[in-house]
Design a protein around this ligand. Structure first.
Ligand code: 6PG
Length: 240
């Protein structure tokens, strides 16, 4: 059974984004610097827009070092680039030191970039339990139960020796750079943002601890710190 620390259900994606932002602001009140890994895909775009629209001057962005939980192996100006989306929606509209932005270089050789990124993590983040320790790791969940770029056909990435690895999308074959399970699970706070009716069944399977949930990477994210789910009503269904 997945033991979430908190399951927070909101009316709509914007309210989900606001709910996570409230918790991020609370973390920032107690720390001068936080290391924050962003997820990709479409779900977090409402969050990046909210931050640019309403928090550009309300958050001291110099306190946040942004990393990524995963990246597609494409150039940063490719529409598929997770970094490119944040650059367009957020970084281009706020004041944040370039040195606070630690993108995965999707344009590089994947194996070399996974190694480089892992070294960067160990240079910049505190090491706890033998692994880099993020303050916040934001994650999404695919309809197939994947998270970051750990897909059901590559469950071994959940206990990889490396901190960062090369993954392959099962349908497109697209190569990805991803944080591995031990790093994700070493976070002080893991925040899943899951919205939309298309995620309802998988969300129910995982949060209800259905027998099949062991087949899905999301079910194996059990951080040493807090595990929070931020859901909209469409994804939560009849979960309470
Ligand atoms: C990515 C993500 C991935 C994403 C899920 C959900 O690079 O695509 O990191 O893990 O969070 O696939 O994606 P959506 O938010 O687009 O449904």
């Amino acid at each position: 059974m997945m033991t979430a620390s908190e399951i927070k259900i909101f009316d709509d994606p914007l309210a989900v984004a606001q709910g996570l932002t409230d918790d991020v602001v609370a973390v920032l009140e107690n720390q001068n610097t936080i290391h924050f890994a962003l997820s990709g895909g479409s779900t977090p775009q409402v969050l990046f827009k909210l931050w640019a629209d309403q928090f550009a001057t309300k958050i001291d962005w110099s306190k946040i070092h942004f990393w990524w939980s995963d990246e597609r192996c494409v150039p940063p100006d490719d529409p598929e680039s997770n970094f490119g989306v944040v650059q367009q929606l957020l970084f281009s509209r706020i004041s944040i030191p370039e040195s606070n932005i630690h993108r995965m270089r999707g344009e590089s050789n994947p194996e070399a970039e996974a190694a480089r990124y892992g070294e960067q993590l160990r240079q910049h983040l505190p090491i706890e339990n033998g692994r880099p320790a993020f303050d916040i790791v934001m994650l999404g969940m695919g309809g197939d139960g994947h998270t970051a770029s750990i897909f059901p056909h590559q469950m071994e990435l959940l206990d990889a020796e490396s901190d960062c690895a090369v993954a392959v999308h099962p349908d497109s074959g697209q190569r990805r750079i991803t944080l591995t399970g031990p790093v994700l699970n070493n976070a002080r706070l893991v925040a899943f943002l899951i919205t939309g009716e298309g995620k309802r069944e998988m969300t129910k399977t995982i949060l209800n601890g259905h027998e099949d949930s062991r087949l899905y990477p999301t079910a194996w994210i059990k951080p040493v710190g807090q595990l929070n789910f931020y859901l909209d009503r469409a994804a939560a269904g009849n979960l309470t």
